[in-house]
Design a protein around this ligand. Structure first.
Ligand code: PLP
Length: 398
């Protein structure tokens, strides 16, 4: 609370919408983490790799040449052309670089734009619980209402089309899906996604598909939602460079969607962002042209770490659903009798290992913690040894 020159408390009138949302459950944790030395963090959801050097170098070269101005609102034409080629080569999808693609400040901005472009006050968006921490606040800030569909370990944290259908009302505007999933690492098969597509089409509801972890899959193939029959015209595809190319700080993402939707999103983007960072866009062009090899190497590395993490958690006696995508394991901590917040807080203070309480991702995340394995094998092994001590001390018999 601030005070005025007379020392009186000054009350600021923050908007109702802002007051409606809570600060991220992850943030409080990182404030605590920063105050403790020697912590191994399995908390942050980002690659531990630096951006492949040739990608950084392309951006450095562009700075030397003076490419430091705004770009077109929609993003650099070369980047949109590369992206269009990439989507054709990877998914056999045709998106016109002029009008069907928008370069954004990460998937974060693309999500916000999609919600603001689509939602009228009181419109509902259906999505899974647990889910990525930004989905709920983005919908609320756009005046919409999040409608949660519980998912659970027994059903591999997959969204069921039947469960979605029972929640559809006259106000349903969109279904928001995000597979491979944060925080569970779950993926969905093409058949199961096709069932969701069928429901969406029958009820004429748009699907917003956040596919930021599309390339981070292990022993399975990713299905791009827009490739399902009839879905290209009914999907807003969101993706970006943060995870695939270890480029979180460059802040580049994109939306691919029907022209009318991209035009609406661009209208908001041009007044609020103008354009995504120019240097980041240059780096993204290089990533699309020559980044595939480094991306594949990183995925192979994540896979090795995934196997160690999941086996390690199970050996400790924590049941752990097998994640087939992203870089998260989501073990159950129910046998300790603690809430996920309590578990995470005590593990941090007593054993100096940071994990994220599952409850930060929704009610169905209670009883679980998210462990990000995008960290070195040595740190994963040490964190497992510390967790074993902790669980041996507090874990009741399973
Ligand atoms: C599912 C999901 N979507 C979107 C984002 C945001 O990504 P970006 O860095 O592109 O804004 C994240 C980041 O963790 C994420 O996990």
């Amino acid at each position: 609370m601030s005070t005025n020159p007379k020392g009186q408390r000054r009350k600021y009138h923050i908007s109702q919408r802002t007051n409606q949302i809570s600060p991220s459950g992850i943030r409080r944790f990182f404030d605590l983490l920063a105050s403790i030395e020697g912590v191994i963090s399995l908390g942050v959801g980002e690659p531990d790799f630096a951006t492949p050097w040739h990608i950084s170098e392309a951006a450095i070269e562009s700075l030397k040449k003076g490419y430091t101005m705004y770009t077109s609102n929609s993003g650099m034409p070369e980047l949109r052309q590369e992206l269009s080629r990439y989507l054709r080569n990877n998914y056999n999808l045709e998106y016109n670089p002029d009008g069907e693609l928008l370069i954004t400040v990460g998937v974060s901005e693309a999500l916000d734009l999609a919600m603001r472009a689509l939602l009228n006050p009181g419109d509902e968006v259906i999505m899974s619980d647990p889910c990525y921490v930004s989905y709920n606040p983005c919908i609320t800030l756009a005046g919409g209402i999040p409608v949660m569909v519980p998912t659970n370990e027994e059903n591999n944290f997959e969204l069921s089309a039947a469960d979605i259908e029972t929640r559809i009302t006259r106000r349903t505007k969109a279904i928001l899906i995000g597979y491979p999933a944060n925080p569970t690492g779950a993926v969905m098969s093409r058949d199961k996604l096709a069932e969701i597509a069928e429901v969406a089409q029958r009820h004429r509801i748009l699907v917003i598909s956040d596919e930021i972890y599309a390339k981070l899959v292990y022993d399975v193939e990713h299905t791009c939602f827009a490739t399902l029959p009839g879905m290209k015209e009914n999907t807003i595809l969101l993706n970006g460079f943060s995870k695939t190319y270890a480029m979180t700080g460059w802040r580049i993402g994109y939306a691919a969607a029907p022209r009318e939707i991209i035009a609406a999103m661009t209208k908001i983007h041009q007044y609020t962002m103008m354009c995504a960072p120019t240097m980041g866009q240059v780096a993204a062009i290089e990533a699309l042209r020559a980044g595939e090899g480094s991306a594949t190497e990183m995925v192979e590395d994540y896979n090795r770490r995934r196997l160690v993490m999941v086996k390690g958690l199970r050996d400790i006696g924590l049941s752990c659903f097998e994640p087939k995508g992203a870089f998260y394991a989501f073990p159950s901590i129910k046998r300790t009798g603690m809430t996920s917040e309590e578990f995470a807080e005590r593990l941090l203070t007593e054993e100096k290992v940071a994990v994220v309480p599952g409850s930060a991702f929704g009610e169905c995340g209670e009883g679980y913690v998210r462990c990000c394995y995008a960290t070195s094998l040595a740190e994963i092994e040490e964190s497992l040894a510390r967790m074993k001590r902790f669980v041996d001390k507090y874990g009741k018999e399973a």
